[in-house]
Design a protein around this ligand. Sequence first.
Ligand SMILES: C[S@@+](CC[C@H](N)C(=O)[O-])C[C@H]1O[C@@H](n2cnc3c(N)ncnc32)[C@H](O)[C@@H]1O
Length: 412
Amino acid sequence: MDELLTLSEASEYISKSKETLRRWDNEGKLLAVREPMSNYRLYKKSDLDTLFGGFIDLKIKETVSNYVEPNHKYSVIELFAGAGGLAVGMEKAGLKCVALNDVDKWACQTLRNNRPNWNVLEGDIKQFDFTEYKDKVDVVTGGFPCQAFSYAGKKLGLNDARGTLFYEFARVVKEVNPPICIGENVRGLLSHENGKTLQGMISILDEIGYNVVPVQVLKAIHYNVPQKRERLILVGVRKDIDIQYDYPKPYKRIYNLSDALKKGDLFSSDVPKSEGSKYPKSKIEVLDLVPPKGYWRDLPLDIQKEFMGGSFHLGGGKTGIARRIGWDEPCLTLTCSPAQKQTERCHPEETRPFTVREYARIQTFPDDWQFAGSIAQQYKQIGNAVPVNLGKEVGYSIVKFLNEYYNLSKPK
Ligand SMILES: C[S@@+](CC[C@H](N)C(=O)[O-])C[C@H]1O[C@@H](n2cnc3c(N)ncnc32)[C@H](O)[C@@H]1O
């Protein structure tokens, strides 16, 4: 269910007056829904986030640095590695990838092309045994695709989860026995099956000897990523270790699309030219009429109706449709296919989707990180990734934890 805010809450959330919000509702710019009994206006939080950057956490006051120097050589096994967003982030934080697994041939090709020395294990995770790494690796990470568990009992055990990819993640953690493990996922895991899926995961990690730190959803915009993307982080700390894990602290500075694509503080040059997909002619004609930061509601009414078809009357903000991104805002979450219907993120000045290299910049991949496969395969790998800079900050938090751990226990 979408979170709803009252008029006062919405006004505070996006720092606009209640009067402005009422006017916008009347003009159709930001539609409220009505509370059935009182008829009071209620606003969908996701609409506010998408349109007005309410997504930004205004309470963050100071910019701090999460950077920590590793005291020892730390190693990571990265499962469900994709094109390496998280792996590159970990590498930037100073962790060495000793093995990476993915079933996707093109993702594995990307990893091999860019890091010929990495040990890329291509194929279904079920086929791989990791016992050779037992007690030799500091962290196991993985963005396992989310699947429901079918169980009737009170508490889910590892064996009950057989057949799911989370089972495989937990199995590898058990085989390797690292001090810390990190799962990453989409926010939707919080509410998947009314929270039962996440609870099941926590109870499985408990069973295999890991305490789960209270789960957090990190907003990439607070970790030097010019994109409103979120990642849920699930951290397990081996039960014999009495050290607190701290999430990376958010930065106040927010980067925008201009920072992503132009020379500046985030990148030392303009984005390199590259291939990209195109919109069909009919979509170009419509999107040509949308201004930067605008969306389908900015179209003339007759075109709105034609473009939206049946969904025109369905209500709700649908603020991601026919959206043109502005230079001075972070990009909306990139999807796996940039010309996909109803999730347009049009370039600010040209009526086209972002190119492959623009996509990679918005995910903070370095310009020299090459993606293998067709254009569609490349977009998919980039769209699936953890933003590199978010991965780097999570990496620092792991380094900090491991430094403390090895200070107290045997030096490596
Ligand atoms: C969300 S992506 C991970 C992205 C990656 N963490 C990154 O930062 O770039 C999930 C990955 O899981 C992989 N995957 C799905 N099923 C798998 C399986 N059975 N065995 C291994 N990998 C699998 C997919 O190919 C995909 O690349």
